[in-house]
Design a protein around this ligand. Structure first.
Ligand SMILES: C[S@@+](CC[C@H](N)C(=O)[O-])C[C@H]1O[C@@H](n2cnc3c(N)ncnc32)[C@H](O)[C@@H]1O
Length: 280
């Protein structure tokens, strides 16, 4: 909430309740201002808003849990987040990156670490690494002989990741494969590693979600878990006016997974939506 609005308009006793909603390219920013006090019309005052919108619609996504207002979200973090210092530092550094919104939310990293512990996981795959937050969160939760095969195409993004993995002392657990993830997953299958992984996390280009899922389903063992990120896509999946290729792919993926009896599923509304699929 802005702090420099005229007190006359918003006396301290009766603070305005301003809510903002995420907006994508070509959409209007919506602001709801409740309890405007006094008789001065709001148009007599200048309210400055800074709006940051990514130029690439496929990169617009939330990296904090959606559907919660800031007050409740901050409360959630204040009573539950136990983020190791090294992850905090990586999050701070990534915050200045032009694609910072691609990073998973800290409460999601913590949730994934819990899942990995719950599974007793040793071997894991990650599709989409960026600056390395999710891989680091998982690697820290793995036993000393644990492994993350991390797939990404960007040497630039993952140079930051490598630096933090090293600082955290988990670089030995993370095997970064710089290639299109479909090639890496096919190579793992060709090397007869089907059924040998405990956990897979899918968080790369949305158009390939179904193809990543099918490969990961082969690669994880029975009782292994696949976690798929951004399945709520900032709410855009539920808006039929939005028909870009990423949104359509996630919508199709969600639809097909709902009917996929090879797995037990749950869609968790954490961060930008995380679907869990347990292999039968
Ligand atoms: C949403 S970000 C991943 C965020 C990451 N999980 C984290 O916690 O910060 C998506 C990543 O997928 C990578 N990517 C995009 N297309 C890819 C492809 N075909 N194969 C492998 N990686 C790809 C991008 O370079 C980007 O780093």
């Amino acid at each position: 909430m802005p702090t420099d609005l005229p007190e006359l308009l918003f006396p301290k006793k009766s603070q305005p309740d301003i809510e903002s909603f995420p907006c994508g390219l070509g959409k209007q920013l919506q602001l709801t201002i409740k309890q405007v006090c006094g008789s001065l019309p709001i148009t007599k005052h200048e309210i400055k808003l800074e709006l940051k919108v990514s130029k690439n619609p496929s990169l617009i996504m939330s990296n904090k849990s959606i559907g919660l207002d800031s007050k409740l979200y901050n409360y959630l973090l204040s009573v539950s987040l136990r983020e190791p210092e090294i992850l905090q530092q990586l999050r701070q550094e990534t915050a200045n990156h032009p694609y910072a919104n691609m990073q998973i939310a800290p409460e999601q990293g913590q949730f994934m670490a819990l899942l990995v512990q719950l599974l007793g996981a040793k071997k894991t795959i990650e599709v989409g690494t960026f600056t390395g937050y999710s891989a680091l969160a998982v690697a820290l939760a793995l036993p000393p002989n644990g492994q993350v095969i991390a797939c990404d195409v960007s040497a630039e993004f993952t140079a930051i990741a490598r630096r933090y993995w090293q600082l955290a002392g988990v670089d030995g657990k993370i095997d970064l494969r710089l290639a299109p993830a479909l090639e890496t997953l096919d190579e793992l299958l060709a090397n007869e590693l089907a059924g040998s992984f405990d956990f897979a996390f899918i968080d790369a280009d949305k158009e390939n979600y179904q193809a990543y899922y099918e490969r990961c389903l082969k690669l994880v063992r029975v009782g292994g878990l696949i976690a798929v990120d951004n399945v709520l896509w900032d709410g855009q999946v539920a808006d039929n006016n939005i028909q870009d290729s990423s949104t359509i792919s996630i919508r199709d993926f969600n639809y097909q997974l709902h009917n996929d009896r090879r797995v037990t599923i749950s869609l968790i509304p954490i961060a930008d939506g995380l679907t869990l699929a347990l292999k039968h």
